[in-house]
Design a binder for this molecule. Sequence first.
Ligand code: ADP
Length: 479
Amino acid sequence: MAGELLTKAYVGGRWVAGRGGTFPVYDPATGEEIAKVADCTVDDVKEAIESASGAFEVWRKTTAKERAAVLTRVRDQLIKEKDNMATILTRENGKPLTEAKGEVGFAASFFEWFGEEARRQYGEAIPSSVPSKRMITIRQPVGVAALITPWNFPIGMVGRKVAAALAAGCTCVLKPAEDTPLTALAFAKVCESAGVPAGVVNVVPCSRARVQEVGAALTESPKIQVLSFTGSTAVGQWLYSRCGQTLKKLSLELGGDAPFIVFPSANMDKAVGGAMASKFRNTGQTCVTANRIFVHESIHDEFVKRFSEAMSKELRIGQGLEAGVNQGPLINKRQYDRLVKMVDESVAAGAKVVRGGKSPGGLYYAPTLLIDVTPSMPIARQEIFGPVAAILKFKTEEEVIRMANATDMGLAGYFYSNDLSQIWRVTEALQVGMVGVNEPMVSTCEAPFGGVKRSGLGKEGSKYGLDEYTDLKYICFGI
Ligand code: ADP
């Protein structure tokens, strides 16, 4: 399938035109239209739900070993198609090709992991306090899963959700982000080639104009038992409230506002390298990125100098398909305008630009370093989602923990310290779901990914990721 762009929806094992016509997908690096993709309506989504519901009756009865074999084939097919998938991903998302390839591998890792975990969905025998009873539990798939994914990891988030759902014995209706549906459709082809039975995975893209009615159809349907969403907090809250009517299980991975703290005992090389990796991966468009970088006053100037040098040496803007590029464009005009406003308002409020602070044209934004940032500035109060590092100074551990936790979000948090007692104190005090201690990259298939506070509910990946898609059934035997 090299080079082929699939633009139709994938429903019940068939490639179908959307009833709403098509919508355009653009290359954010050039602004060119790449393709016109099926715009699915509520009726298309209902058809997808029906087909997932029918397929569930068969898929739920497969053995874990059979499902593991299918997941392994999807993994193999993803790896085989890695270069092609990564090229599609870079074209519609803008991220550098090496990152896109890494992301396809990341998605594949979930099929391997959940294929293995499928066979370990153990129940328990519970010791009875009554001689006449015996008690056990088993795990069963919840049913049809609605999966809604974002544009910043067009295959990573798809893989993480679909692999867990299928391993548990669920079938799914996937609605990919309107900016990046082509990668998700290429993934549907991967599933088809890997022999995933018809109806088990359905992919229904739709335009931004239709997303609310499609979201309403997915949340209202009594045939959907679980909804897993990765995206903005506002949309997550809307979905959460709507799922109350049918009491669906919910897994929500929402916004982040990660603190990244550098204490005086930190290894400066590691702290600078960690901040660079966390901040500039995917051009800053990740929910776990270092959103607020707090640096102790005693090492602030040295850190800023080294970080600024690293930015100048390591970052190269350009089209993702060009070799050596590691900073792509922002995804769309909406995100671009948001970022420009945030930086301009923060600078007007007193933040100082050390480097960057402007656009070299199109949807590109120069990697930017801001210092003298204070907690009340827009750049420190919102998710930046762009290549802008905002540095705040602190004096004491108590003060920085207070500032780090002064947010509604709680996804990831990072800090650099070599003081063992401090490491435990700060780890426990940070109000986040994931902590990186002297380490900026925490996400992997084996570990639980998820936040607290308004960053979401539930865990993805790891052995806990299957819980979102299974019900625990208790069985009591009278003997
Ligand atoms: P962003 O603002 O970064 O695009 P969103 O939360 O709007 O983040 O988008 C994440 C995903 O949620 C995308 O697939 C998008 O189409 C989808 N989405 C947005 N609004 C709704 C909605 N009302 N119902 C269902 N899905 C939605």
